[in-house]
Design a protein around this ligand. Structure first.
Ligand SMILES: [Zn+2]
Length: 339
């Protein structure tokens, strides 16, 4: 289907073009709309006449000949197929960034100029569709699925699978070039579900029912600190500073120096503080469940005394080295020893 293109004022004053007869000039304009984003099309005069000059009694082949003679187009043959290149097309036209890449080989000396390699390789497309369960991540339909670039190519995005998501063509065009990651909102129930499962399966969850303090076990040091699958993507997004849910279920390694050096917490206390931070940010009370910089939020919360280790932890820590960070500590200890 022909596309909308620009006509610059210089078109009307170009003296070389004036050497071509008026229908050739109209043919020339028509070619831009039929051409792909590189300015290429199949050289089929009869078909082009039907598309561009359906009501004129003319010889389309001759019109194309005139345009080629005066240097506006190149007609060439590759493997017995005739093609046509509109010269300087990419200089004058700005094809929509979502317009598909050219599938027509370039003529000699006219390399591929497309700024954005829009076409996503078939293998990648298939992987994205599979990952997203063959459904539009926004509306859930399975019809007319397309691949959307979360960060558009025009804005520097790429064809990496982490930058691709499945949207139906309707949701895709509604999204435009906005950066919206529907995978994040879509995986929320799964993540919450997993977190809920994780929480209930933790034997030290309840202080009342279980006298053991909620210290994270040593083996958690080797186990992944973030949820698998979706969270891999989330951690990537967090690096790119996209507002997402807290992607970690345990204190990230990178945050440890802050806890130990600035907050002077032991390892156990640091993990305990993170646990309370995690629980709050996954609770219904949390007003900002999506954040761009979780580490900053954590640091601020710790510095303001909102996020802190659970006092009961003290029982298992090294008494000599630990700071009495909370007045309740001594009381809690006393209670523990008394009981
Ligand atoms: Zn949709």
């Amino acid at each position: 289907m022909p596309r909308a293109r620009n006509i610059k004022p210089a078109f009307f004053t170009n003296d070389n073009l004036a050497e071509c007869e008026p229908l050739a000039r109209i043919m020339f304009i028509g070619l831009w709309g039929v051409a792909d984003r590189e300015g290429r099309l199949l050289d089929r005069p009869k078909k082009l006449k039907a598309e561009i000059l359906p009501y004129d009694n003319c010889d389309a082949d001759d019109l194309l000949y005139q345009l080629a003679k005066y240097g506006f187009i190149t007609r060439y043959v590759i493997e017995s197929t005739a093609y046509l290149q509109v010269l300087n097309f990419t200089k004058h036209q700005m094809p929509h960034h979502k317009e598909i890449a050219s599938v027509i080989p370039a003529p000699d000396g006219h390399p591929q100029i497309t700024r954005h390699p829009y076409i996503v390789p078939d293998k990648t497309r298939a992987s994205v569709f599979k990952r997203d369960a063959n459904k539009c991540l926004k509306c859930g339909t399975s019809e007319q699925l397309s691949i959307d670039h979360i960060q558009s190519l025009a804005k520097g995005g790429d064809n990496n699978i982490n930058n691709l998501q499945t949207l139906c063509s309707k949701c895709n065009s509604a999204k435009g070039v906005a950066i919206k990651d529907y995978r994040v909102t879509n995986v929320e129930p799964t993540l919450n579900q997993r977190r809920a499962n994780q929480a209930t399966s933790c034997p030290s969850e309840s202080l009342i029912l279980n006298p053991e303090p909620p210290i994270l076990k040593t083996e958690s040091m080797q186990s992944p600190r973030k949820l698998e699958l979706e969270s891999e993507l989330e951690v990537e997004l967090q690096k790119k500073k996209v507002a997402i849910r807290l992607p970690w279920i345990d204190l990230p390694f990178e945050w440890e120096p802050f806890c130990q050096e600035e907050m002077t917490w032991s390892k156990e206390q640091s993990h305990s503080a993170f646990k309370s931070f995690y629980e709050y940010n996954n609770s219904a009370d949390c007003k900002t469940p999506l954040r761009k910089d979780w580490f900053m939020a954590f640091k601020n919360s710790c510095r303001n005394g909102i996020t802190k280790p659970n006092v009961n932890l003290k029982r298992n820590t090294n008494h000599g080295k630990q700071k009495d960070y909370d007045g309740k500590l001594a009381i809690a200890q006393g209670m523990c020893e008394a009981s």
